[in-house]
Every structure is written in C-alpha cells, then in structure tokens.
Design a protein around this ligand. Structure first.
Ligand code: ATP
Length: 239
C-alpha cells in the first residue's frame, strides 16, 4: 500500500479538526476525498504532505513516516494545490529546473518528460514566462507539469477539476491513468462528483474531520440507501 493514514488526529493551534481518521490508498489507485466545505479535506492533505504535524496517529508512505527521513518522505510525494503557488521571480523554465533539483531527477530524462507535458498543456512556447504572465488556470497547469514530471509514488491533487478548461481536465485524467498504470497512487479532493465517479476507484467521505464511509460511489450510495438516506444526508453527516 502506498499511503496508510492511521488514527490521525490533528488541527490548528492545538484545536483538533481531524478526529481519528483512518484510510489508505493502494498502489496504482485513484482515491478521492469528498465532503462539505470545512469537512477537513485540505487539512488531511496538509498533514499527508508534511505541512502539518499530527497531534496523534501515524501517516506512512510505503512504510516510511516523515520523521524517519523528511527528504525521502517528501520526494515520494508530488502535490498540486488548489491555489497555484509559484515563485514570482522564477520563469517556467526555472520552475522545471527547480523541480528536477528538489526530486534529484536525471536532467535529460526530466526535460524529456517536461517537454511532453508542456506540449500537452500548450505551454511549450512559454518557458521564459514569469508567473505574473500566466492566468490562474495556466499556473495550475505549470504545477501539474512539475508534479507529473517527478518519480513521486503518490500524487496529491487538491480540487483538480475547478479552474481547468475541459481539454485540460481530459488531458489530466489521461495522465492520471498513465501514472496509475505505472503503479503510482493518486489522492485528490473534489466537489465535482460526476467526473470523479467516472474515474475514481474509491472515495473517502469526510464529515467534521471524521471518515464517515469509504468505498466506491456505488457502495457508498448502496450503503446509505439501505437506510433510506440521500446523498445530502450523507454529506451532512445525518445518515
Ligand atoms: P473546502 O471544501 O471548503 O476546501 P475542506 O474540507 O478542505 O473545505 P478544511 O480547509 O480542511 O476543509 O477545513 C477544516 C476545518 O479547519 C474548518 O472548520 C476550517 O475552518 C478549519 N481551518 C482551516 N484552515 C484553518 C486555519 N489555518 N486555522 C484554523 N482553522 C482552520
């Protein structure tokens, strides 16, 4: 298994937001975190990528915890945030070079991968552009290029379907399929359930910092319909 989250409790300023979360992502699996605004999806992701430290519980990436080896742990993850974070003084070319260094990639191989990704997202002729020249969606594409050119074993993508044009969403889904086929695991959070339902292997439904249910969307719906509940009830944690 790539990612194992066990009894994770964590939050801000000592106040717990996540309460005893347990779930996993298997090798080559695409799993989506779903739940209402404020449910705890981004906070969960922030713990997994090492931005936040758990109050208790463990997060393991192929058996490795962040405190075992921070650099090795972080090199196993590539993260695409919902709000793109680029360095204003660095060009697109610089961002690609910086990614190569951060992930210790072979330059020739990494540039080969980057060029293919840049073609896919129509950025190949913009290598000398600075972030200020890009639209928000273009900045998101830059972050996708940087994440997908790595050898990370886990890709974490926060809300990939909002803000990208429909061609880019299709391209991203194709790239995710190729990563999955290579054994890479993908964890994302999304509110776009119809697209996610077609492509995700499993869902982890979070409500008020707790994992309410996990399974395929059909299993989740079946589980709750057994009790006559609607998706709204499920989302609201009423079921
Ligand atoms: P959304 O779908 O709106 O992105 P989410 O499921 O990702 O929501 P989180 O951003 O993880 O939710 O928020 C979970 C809880 O943590 C909310 O109650 C939120 O108010 C709180 N929270 C988030 N960021 C902070 C912060 N920096 N300081 C204090 N509380 C925070």
């Amino acid at each position: 298994m790539t990612l194992a989250v066990n009894h994770l409790t964590g939050g801000y300023s000592g106040i717990p937001v996540l309460k005893d979360e347990t779930f996993d992502v298997q090798d080559g699996e695409l799993v989506s975190l779903i739940g209402l605004n404020g449910a705890g999806k981004s906070t969960t992701i922030n713990h997994i990528i090492g931005l936040m430290t758990p109050f208790s519980g463990t997060i393991q990436l192929n058996g490795l915890q962040i405190q075992d080896n921070v650099e090795q742990y972080k090199q196993q993850i590539a993260y695409v945030p919902e709000m793109p974070v680029l360095y204003p003084e660095l060009t697109l070319r610089d961002h690609i070079e910086a990614t190569m260094m951060a992930y210790n990639l072979d330059r020739t191989e990494a540039w080969h991968r980057a060029e293919q990704l840049l073609q896919t997202f129509r950025l190949a002729n913009k290598l000398d552009w600075f972030p200020a020249n890009f639209s928000k969606g273009m900045r998101q594409k830059v972050m996708i290029v940087c994440a997908f050119m790595t050898d990370a074993k886990l890709l974490v993508i926060d809300e990939p379907f909002l803000g990208l044009d429909p061609l880019a969403v299709d391209d991203l889904l194709t790239l995710i399929d190729a990563k999955k086929a290579a054994g890479v695991s993908v964890l994302m959070s999304t509110h776009v359930l119809d697209t996610a339902e077609k492509h995700c292997d499993r869902f982890v439904l979070i409500n008020d910092g707790r994992v309410n249910y996990e399974g395929t969307m059909a299993e989740i719906k079946d589980h709750y319909q057994t009790f006559g509940d609607t998706l709204t009830d499920i989302y609201l944690g009423l079921a």
